[in-house]
Ligand binder design. Structure first.
Ligand code: PXG
Length: 456
């Protein structure tokens, strides 16, 4: 699959018929989308034969890297044996039963029950429903308000987008829905001013307490947060933040939801962000790394109090998707977890390739555009600023991050630009030489960006 005429035909078909996610359709149609035809390891290849270093593991999801035959074979075997069956009417299948048990064993203690869905958005939507149901079961039907955070990302269904605090996600759809509010993010580099990170972390956490008191704890159902915020700009909370959030949720009887869609399955250097930050949640959202993105599947883990309440409700749970716990998806997820365990990929993210990646990215600190390099495990961010000392950003209309991203794209490197924050989140299987190459290309693109903006 590599030819110029093929490229043009695919681009034309795509431009005419395919509406892309998070994309200005007309602008892309005028340019033509880059056609990705295959992938292996940390490399993707386009229809013109360019090999591109994928510093983002797709959309933060291909944790075991591309081209893993074992995952392909696990999916194929399940497709042959049991291509479909469901768990609606008194049936189950080995794949869902085994994956449920496996997830209960690898997630933190207490998270022993699971529901399956097909995407992070669906899983978070399901959590909104179960949160409502839980408080109804407790005889406290007024506890319904959901609190998310500014710069939080939880998906794009009506409910998940309402939880999200990236404000550009709301106006097109008249969101957020009633009953969804947002509090401060622990974004010290951008908003911490003269406070120390620890002071700022406490302050950001206490914006949750202030909001609960303002709304009345009797009306607040749950707080949702990503252990570290991914799509909001790789915001790593100061150490003071999560213990204070945990105290506040517990004191005010507010359920705590950890959205692990990006953090889960080794990304932060431990199995879950909750392990890294020592969080004890009532719900945990899993997707992406659960199957390394090879097939759509998501899961939500229930902590003891919600799990017990729902499992012992003695009535039908009126919820489910045709593809909840799809056998092929469960088979791939099971094999994926087996590979992560067998090849010690999470441990390596924590104490081998992860620290190597962080040190290599840290080498970019001396670049004139770079205000901060931060990261942990296999996630990293390079924040570009106009002035290092005062942490002053460029004017948003200069689109410095997008300019840098475009240079990366032209130089066969995928980095994600979030505002002026350049993000990497490569497969956990990336090798040291590939990390070096990633950082070499990143520096080149930072140079090109600096040159471009100096001419503006
Ligand atoms: N929660 C978190 C923390 C996420 O990062 C979702 C939920 C939603 O998952 P689904 O499977 O419904 O997409 C996500 C997804 C980006 C980007 O460019 C990030 C995500 C998805 C697409 C793009 O940063 N995160």
């Amino acid at each position: 699959m590599s030819s110029n005429s093929g490229t043009r035909a695919w681009q034309a078909a795509d431009a005419r018929h395919h509406i892309h996610p998070f994309t200005d359709a007309a602008a892309l149609a005028a340019k033509g989308a880059r056609v990705i035809v295959r992938a292996d390891g940390v490399w993707i290849e386009d229809s013109e034969g360019h090999r591109i270093l994928d510093g983002m593991a797709g959309l933060w999801c291909v944790n075991v890297g591309y081209g893993n035959r074992e995952l392909a074979e696990a999916g194929y075997k399940a497709l042959c044996e049991l291509p479909y069956y469901n768990a609606f009417f008194e049936t189950t299948h080995p794949y869902a039963a085994e994956l449920s048990e496996k997830l209960a064993s690898i997630t933190p203690p207490g998270l022993d029950r699971v529901l399956f869905a097909n995407s992070g958005s669906e899983a978070n939507d399901t959590i909104i429903k179960l949160t409502r149901y839980y408080w109804n079961l407790q005889g406290r039907p007024h506890k319904k308000i959901m609190i998310g955070r500014k710069l939080g990302y939880h998906g794009t269904t009506l409910g998940a987008a309402s939880l999200s605090g990236l404000t550009h996600m709301h106006p097109q759809w008249d969101l957020p829905l009633p009953g969804f509010v947002h509090v401060d993010a622990p974004y010290w580099y951008g908003e911490g001013g003269d406070l120390s990170p620890e002071e700022f972390g406490l302050m950001a956490a206490r914006s949750l307490e202030a909001k609960i008191l303002e709304l009345g704890a009797q009306n607040v159902a749950a707080f949702i947060g990503e252990p570290l915020q991914g799509a909001g700009g790789v915001i790593i909370p100061p150490n003071s933040y999560w213990p204070e959030i945990q105290r506040i949720c517990s004191e005010h009887d507010v359920l705590l939801i950890a959205d692990e869609v990006i953090c889960g399955f080794g990304r932060t250097g431990k199995w879950f962000g909750c392990d890294t930050f020592n969080i004890q949640p009532d719900f945990m959202t899993l997707a992406k790394g659960l199957s390394s993105g090879y097939i759509p599947i998501s899961a939500l883990m229930l902590g003891r109090r919600v799990g017990d309440a729902i499992a012992n409700a003695n009535e039908e749970l009126v919820h489910g998707y045709t593809y909840s716990g799809h056998p092929v998806a469960c088979a791939v997820a099971l094999k994926n977890i087996e590979i992560l365990q067998r090849d010690r990929l999470v441990e390596k993210a924590g104490n081998d390739i992860g620290p190597y990646l962080q040190a290599a990215l840290g080498g970019l600190r001396d670049h004139p555009l770079v205000g901060e390099v931060r990261g942990m495990g296999m996630i990293g961010a390079v924040e570009l600023v106009a002035d290092k000392a005062s942490r002053r950003h460029f004017a948003p209309e200069l689109d410095v991050g997008m300019r840098c991203r475009n240079h990366c794209f032209s130089n066969d490197l995928i980095m994600r630009a979030i505002r002026d924050i350049m993000v990497v989140s490569p497969p956990l299987t990336i090798e040291r030489a590939e990390v070096d190459e990633l950082v070499r290309r990143a520096r080149l693109c930072l140079d090109l960006t600096a040159k471009e903006i100096s001419g503006l």
